[in-house]
Ligand binder design. Structure first.
Ligand SMILES: Nc1nc2c(ncn2[C@@H]2O[C@H](COP(=O)(O)OP(=O)(O)OP(=O)(O)O)[C@@H](O)[C@H]2O)c(=O)[nH]1
Ligand SMILES: [K+]
Ligand SMILES: [Mg+2]
Length: 450
């Protein structure tokens, strides 16, 4: 970013086209900053309308050339989205009007907003915390129902409620421990004070563990699930992906080793976007290209949230190691051809059966995928942590709490320092510590105008 907003240039008045660019019925411009009301006066020749009421006003350039007629809204700070004085102009959505108004605002000395700058100001002015701003960014990016619901919850303060509760309890523990520091000579009272903090700190640390363990769910909902199809050559992996996607995205043939590159398709399963990947058949190969394909196949399976192991009795040897590395969200699909109706896997978890040569032979796999997504990746069960950043902060808070717990009654000063470190980590989660680098990274991914 050329011109990142810092506390020093918060005073600048910014503007942006907040609706999508291009020809449209209506275009929405937003202004934020101290010169907002002044800009209305310049453009309309009149003072601002009544706060939060729409008024139809003619807009003219400084040279007096008409630009458009626009619904004009005035949101005086601090009761506005950014906390500053804000204005909205709803103009006609033609490129000529958009360019004309942009030029007029620039000539008044306003600056084009950076991506996410309105929201950044809202956070810096205490209108929302950073996790709520992230929820808002996720909502703008949401493509599926699951993502929308999760984003709305985070935007509504779901994660804030969680860490505020943690913070209160940390402050209670800190108060107990500081009692010990303040009254070191009063017999065994201080001792009982700090020991009283032992169990609450343990409970906090374990809640944080649970939230961290659950984080994969929230992150998967946010970014979509990866599902990998793997198995021996000719097991029917490509046939399966084509059936699930209902189109011919991968080449199938009787030749073992047909698929080499990873072939991906995007789908929505039970309301969640997923990326389904077909991979090379697993076998030892002297061919360098095929061997690379096999390496990529294994890597995909390792990274995937769900792995589907396709086994076709009668074709190639079944790799028992696959089953050993199975997780509870993996699926074994037995692709049963004629003559193998009674085949079953020994020492393997229950598997699904089907015949991919028959119509809807893949339907069992589809149903099972829906069940897994609903059971393990539905919104509402997740901890509220959806980003690596959240995990980092909570992990640091938890480590500091465990250190503090270990020193209770031994070194009260150190305990206090660790609890304060835990509080700082939670403040960072909230975005209160205002670390420019973190802000730059998060807000640069916003769209312009938000
Ligand atoms: N008889 C029979 N043929 C099948 C079945 N499933 C797939 N085939 C056929 O077996 C061949 C191999 O299927 P593919 O889907 O290419 O197998 P693959 O696992 O992708 O194979 P590679 O990419 O080579 O690892 C194709 O000719 C399919 O039409 C089945 O259930 N029964
Ligand atoms: K094949
Ligand atoms: Mg294949």
């Amino acid at each position: 970013m050329d011109n990142p907003v810092t506390k020093d240039n918060l005073g600048e008045t910014i503007f942006s086209l907040s609706s999508a660019s291009g020809r449209a019925g209506v275009a929405v411009f937003r202004l934020s900053g101290p010169a907002s009301a002044e800009s209305v006066k310049h453009l309309t020749g009149r003072s601002v309308p009544r706060p939060r009421y729409a008024a139809l006003r003619k807009l003219n350039s400084q040279q007096g050339d008409p630009i458009d007629e626009a619904l004009t809204l005035w949101f005086p700070g601090p009761a506005s989205f950014t906390g500053e004085d804000c204005v909205e102009f709803h103009t006609h959505g033609s490129p000529a009007v958009i360019n004309g108004l942009s030029a007029a605002l620039l000539s008044l000395g306003l600056r084009q907003a950076e991506p996410g700058e309105f929201t950044r100001r809202a956070v810096q002015n205490g209108k929302m915390d950073l996790t709520e701003a992230e929820g808002l960014a996720d909502l703008i990016d949401a493509q599926s129902e699951g993502q929308r619901v999760q984003a709305l919850r985070q935007m509504g303060g779901g994660l804030r409620d969680l860490y505020e509760d943690w913070r209160e309890r940390l402050l209670d523990a800190l108060a107990q421990i500081e009692g010990e520091i303040d009254f070191p000579d009063e017999g065994d009272i201080p001792d009982s004070l700090s020991h009283g903090a032992y169990a609450p700190l343990g409970a906090l640390a374990s809640e944080m563990s649970t939230a961290l363990e659950d984080m994969g769910r929230g992150a998967a909902i946010r970014s979509g699930l990866d599902i990998a199809i793997i198995g021996a050559p000719n097991a029917g992996k490509s046939t399966l992906i084509n059936a699930l996607a209902r189109r011919e995205i991968a080449i199938t043939s009787p030749e073992a080793g047909t698929t080499r590159d990873v072939v991906e398709v995007q789908m929505v399963i039970a309301g969640l976007p997923v990326t389904l990947s077909d991979t090379a058949g697993l076998r030892e190969s002297d061919n360098a290209i095929e061997a690379e394909g096999v390496r990529r196949a294994r890597q995909r399976a390792e990274e995937a949230e769900i792995t589907i192991y396709v086994v076709r009795p009668g074709t190639t040897e079944f790799e028992p190691f696959l089953v050993e590395s199975m997780t509870k969200t993996d699926i074994i699909f037995l692709n049963i051809s004629e003559g193998y109706e009674h085949f079953d896997l020994v020492n393997a978890p229950t598997s699904l059966r089907g015949n991919l040569m028959e119509p809807n032979g893949e339907s069992g796999v589809h149903t099972r995928l829906e069940e897994i997504v609903r059971k393990h990746y539905s919104v509402g069960q997740d901890s509220g942590l959806t980003r690596v950043r959240h995990g980092d902060c909570v992990r640091r808070a938890q480590e500091a709490i465990l250190r503090a717990q270990g020193q209770l009654g031994i070194a009260p000063e150190l305990t206090g320092d660790d609890l304060r470190a835990a509080l700082r980590a939670l403040s960072e989660l909230a975005g209160e510590s205002d670390i420019e680098a973190v802000f730059d990274r998060i807000f640069s991914r916003f769209c312009v105008g938000k």
